[in-house]
Design a protein around this ligand. Structure first.
Ligand code: ARG
Length: 431
């Protein structure tokens, strides 16, 4: 025993080499599962006691030991030890130090395979809730800005070329809609993953008279997973989470790109608060939208994390394979990354100011009211749209040659191209 592994070393004479330990250890990553691991163990111990699989007093001892471990971890007193591989064995090893040999009964009718699957589902479920809250906060900011700028005319773009006048409110409303779908993707992920793997044990279930419905209910799951083999193998819930993160990040990257564009002096639609921008160490005039650029860039990590786990899981035979230990790092990283991006985007928007006069002038400069003119010709002169398009094109050309905007042309200028135009047209040319 002294040379071999403390937790599973019964049949081993030698202890693992340092490199073996280094490749095998997951504690630095999976210690983030501690709260879920203890919740799962408490539910399991409680169930073992109720079912008479262990003595009720033993269950009580185990549960109070686990409660003490919660205190230790919260107070930074818990001894995290790499030699115990992962969070599960660290907690069990500490439990043994606290309650003695009774700790050894906790792992009855359980394997680390169903244990880690349970912990991870609980963690991702919580993470979905936290992300939804952050998305909702950003949506509130967008809704407020949209309402404040319901009348703020700006150019709407296609191909990043001025297309038709819109309002800033309508522009931002589009992002609010995207985020609503993102939030629903996280809700969907949390709902679909909400079945309990606990009781699947290593893969084939267990001969003890366990009560899977009880532990499922204790942990807030809707029901036990129907297939024990699926329960320990499935990580599609993590992939779904990673996709939801990647998609939300992608939406944020589009908004971030607009912030980068709008804050250039050339556009000048938007100004970031000092607290949400940075200066240049060499060019004193600069005010850079670094947070927006980083939100834009972090899409790369979010996409990468999705591909990482999809690739780890591809073609793995049933059931548990150690490959699957690589599932947590991308999920934790995507959560942290998306949380940061959501908060940074909210911070930038909530404190930014918009130059509405400049936005309106830009909408006028770009002949974005040309479509409105064409539509006027159709509706008032009963022209076929193609003809109206042509006539409008000629009027735009005339305005361009005079260096004026459409509404600055005189009625006779326009009538020189289409004699039936009357002054009623002016009301659609003004934004
Ligand atoms: N640290 C492991 C993981 O995250 C726990 C499960 C280990 N199971 C096993 N059969 N070795 O996947």
């Amino acid at each position: 025993m002294s040379q071999s592994h403390k937790m599973w070393g019964g049949r081993f004479a030698d202890k693992p080499t340092d490199i073996m330990q280094a490749i095998n250890v997951s504690l630095p990553v999976d210690r983030r599962l501690w709260r879920q691991d203890i919740a799962g163990s408490k539910a399991h111990a409680d169930m073992l006691g109720r079912q008479g699989i262990i003595a009720a007093a033993e269950a009580k001892t185990i549960i109070s030991g686990l409660d003490q471990i919660v205190q230790e971890i919260e107070n930074g007193k818990f001894p995290f030890r790499d030699e115990f591989e992962d969070i599960h064995m660290n907690i069990e090893a500490r439990l043994k130090e606290i309650v003695g040999d009774t700790a050894g009964r906790l792992h009855t009718a359980r394997s680390r395979n169903d244990q880690v699957a349970t912990d991870f589902r609980l963690w991702v479920r919580d993470a979905c809730g936290e992300i939804i809250t952050m998305i909702t906060t950003l949506q509130t900011t967008l809704k407020t800005l949209s309402a404040d700028h319901a009348q703020s005319v700006m150019p709407g773009f296609t191909h990043l070329q001025p297309a038709q006048p819109v309002t800033l409110g309508r522009h931002l409303q589009a992002y609010d809609e995207m985020l609503a779908r993102d939030a629903s993707r996280f809700a969907d992920c949390a709902r679909r993953l909400n079945e309990s793997p606990l009781g699947a044990a290593a893969l084939a279930g267990t001969p003890y008279p366990i009560d899977r419905a009880f532990t499922a209910q204790q942990l807030g799951f809707d029901r036990p997973m129907a297939s024990t083999m699926d329960a320990v193998s499935a990580r599609d819930f993590a992939n779904e989470f990673l996709f939801a993160c990647a998609q939300a990040g992608l939406h944020l990257s589009r908004l971030a790109e607009e912030i980068v564009i709008w804050t250039t002096p050339q556009f000048g639609f938007m100004r970031l608060a000092d607290a949400w921008s940075t200066g240049s160490s060499i060019m004193p005039q600069k005010k850079n939208p670094d947070a927006a650029e980083l939100v834009r860039a972090k899409t790369g990590r979010l996409n990468g994390n999705l591909i990482t786990l999809m690739t780890v899981m591809k073609a793995l035979p049933l059931t548990y394979n150690k490959d699957m230990q690589e599932d947590k790092a991308p999920v934790f990283d995507s959560f942290d990354t998306l949380a940061l991006c959501l908060q940074a985007t909210d911070g930038m928007l909530a404190t930014a100011t918009f130059d509405t006069a400049r936005m309106r002038a830009s909408a006028e400069d770009g002949y974005t009211n040309a479509t409105a003119l064409a539509d006027w010709l159709v509706m008032n002169l009963n022209m076929p749209f193609r003809d109206a398009h042509h006539v409008t094109g000629r009027i735009v050309k005339l305005a361009e040659s005079k260096g004026s905007k459409l509404h600055e042309l005189s009625l006779s200028d326009m009538q020189s191209i289409e004699s039936r135009i009357n002054q009623d047209v002016l009301k659609v040319l003004r934004n």
